[in-house]
Write a protein that binds this ligand. Structure first.
Ligand SMILES: [Zn+2]
Length: 83
């Protein structure tokens, strides 16, 4: 269980880094500071290899992915563990 949890944490960090690159920020802190938790912020699909990103509400955990046709988009705030 513990190792699965850690892998999931690392996956979130990887996705957050992907979003930073997509959005063109220097690092995740800069990106998160540019978006308040109660407003829209970048989100990314959690399906490995998908990489679909979209603007979502700050606490989004099941945003719609156009590629997967599923609710798999999480916001940067969620990925960073801020919310
Ligand atoms: Zn997807």
């Amino acid at each position: 269980m513990t190792s699965e949890f850690l892998e999931d944490e690392n996956h979130d960090a990887d996705l957050l880094q992907q979003l930073v690159e997509i959005e063109g920020f220097e690092d995740d802190l800069e990106m998160l500071e540019a978006h308040m938790p109660d407003s829209m912020c970048p989100g990314i699909c959690v399906t490995p290899g998908c990489g679909y990103s979209n603007e979502v509400v700050g606490d989004e955990t099941e945003g719609w992915c156009e590629e997967c046709q599923k609710g798999t988009v999480k916001s940067a705030m969620i990925l960073a563990g801020i919310i």
